[in-house]
Write a protein that binds this ligand. Structure first.
Ligand code: ACM
Length: 512
């Protein structure tokens, strides 16, 4: 399972008979003026400017020339912020300016969208994002995906100016990241002998083994690939619940060490959680030490969602801990866990990110709160004084089906049409917006792309664009943008149910 960055990114290729180039960008820039005329990327056109933006331009625009033509420049214009850029395309030159190489990278992604068959329409753009965090969660725990697909996915995020990949690495149904100090996490926790075919606790199992994990070196290479594209990778180690795969490997971390667990095959939530011993805290801290070494991003997500307190209610160690900490009951031990891990991460120079259950157990240590349990939780988290990423399920859970059509593949819930995602306006004051792709029913890259696109383009737009577009304006740009996705071979779900390829299923098959 070794993999390196692909030499050719998922970039637009040329094909005869394509529609004319268009200035219809997603996300919509703050200001865009079509000037008339075109810039042609001839064989001698090259790029000058700082790395990694210049290299990125060569890559995604397929530049072969060593001359000039495209100029990328850093400026000290404070109006552009950390990610803004200006772009001026004229018949004889392309100039992009930004205060950072990240901003220059977004200018390059705009050129990538504008360019068709080597022709770029002349435009003047001034652009910057409204939200600092524009994220996409991918659950690689319920299903493992190949490194080559992760590269492709990061590249697709970058193309839409999404800047964080939230990698959900561990859960009841699989542990996917190598931890040197605890090799059984992947040796045992990275395999399951089958998967449920539906969501109910008593659903039939398919008896198809599923396995996979990522070495630390593979993930470091992915981090470097993302960094070059302005996409940071936030790892999630889900604790103190959603840990059955870890408990299958190291039963002494559970509340009943005599109980032998296997990696969970059913979906839903395991009732087995970490015990509250110092040894278990040490274990998670050791894991976080290695994770922080692999992922340089400032945030590490520690989970904190859906923690059944039943085992703690029956545990003598938990009873002692509750008394010692002056807690009101076993469920509050989830907050105690969050506090311990938040403090440990602070010692590593990182900030904890955590699901919004933490609002009910005490907001200790200033974590970044991911409000998922409905849009009202976004408001509650803000009111509690937290920094917040809006991830409410009824607007951003892209694993939900878009609509119910006769041949729609199974999904955990629905319906969540594109129009609803597009219509979500996160409240003022949030740090960001994020789309979620839980993968219980996403077994292949094709299935991921089917659910992600085009709804993730609406998340990108609402995260970036200052005045969210009217639905008709968004749809008009999307119709052009779908051509770009077609040329990249993205298995998107046609936005209008039952038309075009609307009844097509994501292809079955093995992960790329
Ligand atoms: C979650 O959906 N359990 C965060």
């Amino acid at each position: 399972m070794t993999s390196t960055a692909p030499e050719t990114p998922a970039t637009a290729s040329t094909a005869p008979g394509r529609p004319a180039s268009s200035a219809a960008l997603i996300p919509r820039p703050r200001a865009l003026k079509v000037l008339g005329g075109t810039f042609v990327i001839g064989p001698h056109v090259g790029v000058r400017g700082p790395e990694p933006a210049a290299g990125l331009a060569r890559e995604v625009l397929g530049l072969t020339g060593s001359g000039g033509g495209i100029e990328l420049r850093l400026t000290d214009d404070a109006n552009l912020g950390d990610e803004g850029y200006r772009l001026l395309v004229r018949p004889d030159s392309v100039e992009a300016t930004a205060a950072t190489t990240v901003g220059l990278g977004w200018a390059v992604q705009s050129l990538r969208q504008l360019h068709l068959d080597g022709v770029i329409p002349c435009v003047e753009i001034e652009d910057r994002p409204r939200l600092a965090w524009r994220g996409s969660l991918l659950d690689v725990a319920r299903h493992w995906f190949s490194m080559s697909f992760l590269y492709r996915y990061v590249d697709l995020l970058a193309m839409h100016k999404l800047n964080v990949l939230h990698l959900h690495l561990t859960d009841d149904q699989g542990w996917r990241v190598q931890i040197q100090r605890y090799p059984l996490l992947t040796e045992i926790g990275g395999h399951r002998t089958g998967s449920a075919t539906a969501h109910a606790e008593d659903s039939p199992l398919d008896a198809v083994p599923h396995e996979g994990c990522y070495t630390q070196d593979e993930l470091r290479a992915l981090v470097a690939y993302g960094e070059r594209r302005g996409v940071q990778i936030m790892p999630e180690i889900d604790t103190p619940g959603h840990v059955q795969a870890a408990l299958a490997a190291y039963p002494h971390l559970g509340n009943d060490p005599g109980c032998t667990l296997s990696v969970r095959r059913h979906w839903g939530i395991s009732r087995h959680v970490l015990n509250v011993s110092e040894e278990s805290v040490r274990f998670v801290c050791d894991v976080l030490d290695e994770i922080s070494d692999v992922f340089p991003f400032g945030f590490v997500h520690i989970g904190g969602d859906e923690v059944p307190p039943d085992e703690w209610a029956a545990s003598a160690i938990a009873a002692e801990r509750i008394v010692a900490e002056g807690l009101s009951g076993p469920e509050m031990l989830a907050g105690w866990w969050a506090g311990r891990l938040t403090t440990h991460l602070r010692g590593l120079g990182r900030r904890a990110a955590i699901w919004d259950e933490t609002l009910d157990f005490g907001l200790s240590g200033d974590p970044l709160v991911f409000a998922w349990q409905g849009a009202h939780r976004v408001g509650q988290a803000l009111a509690a004084g937290a920094e917040v990423v809006a991830a409410p399920y009824e607007f951003t859970y892209l694993d939900w089906r878009e609509a119910t059509t006769p041949h729609e593949p199974p999904a955990i819930a629905g319906d969540l049409p594109l129009s609803v995602v597009q219509g979500y306006e996160p409240p003022a004051g949030v740090l960001g917006l994020q789309g979620q792709l839980w993968s219980e029913y996403l077994g292949t890259p094709q299935a991921v792309e089917w659910r992600a696109f085009p709804r993730l383009t609406a998340i990108a737009e609402n995260g970036w664009s200052d005045n969210p577009a009217e639905p008709d304006d968004f749809r008009a740009r999307l119709s052009v943008h779908l051509g770009r996705l077609d040329r990249m071979g993205v298995n998107y779900r046609p936005p209008d149910t039952g038309t075009d390829r609307g009844d097509a299923r994501p292809e079955e098959g093995t992960d790329g």
